[in-house]
Design a protein around this ligand. Structure first.
Ligand code: ATP
Ligand code: MG
Length: 489
């Protein structure tokens, strides 16, 4: 029994005394009664120095489930599974994992900054009037927090804040995450279950570490962002050739931080107003993604005017006509998009990442990707040896092999994307011989290297030719000038 419980008995004695006073109080004059009440309260608080706070499961007139109650429930799930003897189990994450919480009328102790306190779960049962054959009971669950009154400030302030924050974080970790896509100005979602993680992502280890640290620092920086007066959001620009892992990295980011993904299809957004509406509807703890930003819209700022002939050519091709009409429908402008990223609207909610991907970073308007908008620019490039080792480990469970040194040499000379390397490493048969895969990769690398050599040779030849042509042109000009001058004289 907690020492607190013994005191609780004394407390109940004091309460009985109060009851006796209550019976007799009507016989005493008003002033005398309030005098006695004041002193009896003091007596109770002296004998029973603990404070209790009750958190009911349902609150308000419409009996909404209290957010505080569910946060406490989540918070206590970790403590109670260690301490309580009777637990309740529930299934979360789309039937994937089991969460334990303490059963009714259980009690667990907790400690915060050296202060001890107790949580108890309980329920009130109110029998409702019903003519049904089966008795209907109305159960009202609650958590009761008990602590010594001298710790009032620390418990009511920092401790409860900590409980609510932790509880919400546990809820986020346990929830089923979503992948949203927009159909015009409406979001619809499916369950997000991409298996990519940073562990399976094939990029240079130092770069990987840096990106992971950047992300986790961001996710914990709520106080920092509010102190410096900036909206809690961060922009990432992922650029590189197709098949280098840009989309895979976004999935890994969402899995690392436990965020939802909003995959924004800009061409389906009618205008800036619709874009703003979509943004307002996104929740916090999410990644807003615009893939292939250079293709989504003409955002280069300087819209190149096509000449008439070119336009006529385009209109002959029905597919071109279609894309033209598509572009006509979407009137999202560069300034609309910039407003979306860092206008006042972007500050509602918080804890959001905005990720753009592109194959051609040089095509983008500098205003769109300047620091502060796209805070971090990440280049994903051709497969290096370190990235290859990650892929070989993932696909073939290989730590090392005598063919590795040859592959290392070839990777330094030939350019191959991680997607292509992964394709060679994919087990082709059930038995999946790693050596065959590595050999096929070596062959592919050798032909890529040969191709690159031929291409470079051709380019050099072309350059030489054009150089020669240029010098002849200059020579012709010089000759002409000399002739002209002579004719003048
Ligand atoms: N760095 C990488 N690490 C692990 N797997 C990768 C990597 N890059 C590519 N892959 C593999 O190749 C496939 C294609 O990659 P992904 O879709 O991420 O490329 P991308 O850069 O988004 O290409 P695009 O520019 O065409 O959209 C993925 O299914 C993934 O398995
Ligand atoms: Mg992609």
């Amino acid at each position: 029994m907690f020492p607190r419980d013994m005191i609780a008995h004394l407390g109940s004695i004091a309460a009985s005394l109060m009851f006796i006073w209550a019976v007799f109080q009507q016989y005493f004059p008003y002033q005398f009664r309030s005098y006695i009440e004041k002193y009896s309260q003091r007596l109770v608080s002296f004998v029973y120095p603990y404070i209790q706070i009750t958190f009911n499961e349902f609150t308000g007139e419409r009996l909404m489930r209290s957010e505080a109650y569910s946060a406490i429930e989540n918070y206590l799930s970790s403590t109670s599974s260690l301490q309580a003897k009777r637990l309740k189990a529930d299934i979360v994450k789309n039937n994937q994992s089991l969460v334990l919480s303490m059963d009714d009328h259980e009690e667990v102790a907790d400690e915060f900054r050296g202060v001890k306190l107790w949580w108890a779960s309980g329920k009130h049962i109110a029998k409702t009037q019903s003519f049904s054959l089966y008795p209907v009971t109305d159960e009202k669950r609650f958590y009761k927090l008990t602590f010594h009154k001298r710790h009032r400030d620390i418990i009511v302030g920092p401790y409860l804040k900590h409980v609510l924050k932790e509880g919400r974080a546990i809820k986020v970790r346990n929830r089923q995450r979503k992948l949203y896509t927009n159909n015009g100005s409406m979001w619809s979602h499916v369950v997000f279950e991409h298996p990519a993680t940073f562990q399976t992502l094939a990029i240079e280890p130092d770069k990987k570490k840096e990106i992971m640290e950047d992300l986790t620092t961001f996710s914990k920086a709520e106080e920092f962002y509010s102190r410096i007066g900036r909206a809690w959001k961060r922009g990432y620009l992922l650029y590189g050739p197709p098949g280098t892992g840009k989309s895979t990295m976004i999935a890994a980011m969402a899995n690392l931080l436990g965020y939802d993904i909003y995959d924004l299809e800009l061409t389906a957004v009618k205008d800036n107003t619709e874009l703003r509406k979509l943004l307002i509807e996104t929740s916090s703890k999410s990644i807003i993604v615009i893939e292939d930003i250079d293709c989504s819209l003409d955002l280069t700022g300087q819209r190149k005017k096509k000449n008439e002939k070119e336009e006529q050519e385009d209109m002959k091709d029905p597919r071109q006509k279609l894309t033209k009409e598509d572009h006509k429908i979407s009137q999202v402008t560069l300034s609309g998009l910039l407003n979306f990223i860092d206008g006042l609207w972007s500050a509602c909610g918080g804890e959001r990442l905005i990720v753009f991907t592109t194959n051609f970073v040089e095509k983008l308007d500098p205003a769109l990707i300047r620091k502060g908008r796209m805070d971090k620019h990440i280049e994903l490039s051709y497969c290096g040896f370190e990235a290859f080792k990650v892929l070989a480990k993932n696909y073939q469970k290989l730590e090392s092999h005598n063919l590795y040194s040859r592959i290392q040499e070839l990777l330094a000379e030939a350019r191959m994307t991680p997607a292509e390397v992964a394709e060679h490493l994919m087990p082709k048969t059930a038995s999946g011989d790693p050596e065959t895969c590595l050999e096929s990769l070596i062959q592919a690398l050798e032909s890529a290297k040969e191709e690159a050599r031929l291409k470079a040779e051709k380019e050099a030849e072309d350059k030489e030719l054009s150089g020669q042509e240029e010098t002849t042109e200059i020579q012709v000009l010089v000759d002409k000038n000399v002739r002209d001058e002579n004719s003048v004289h």
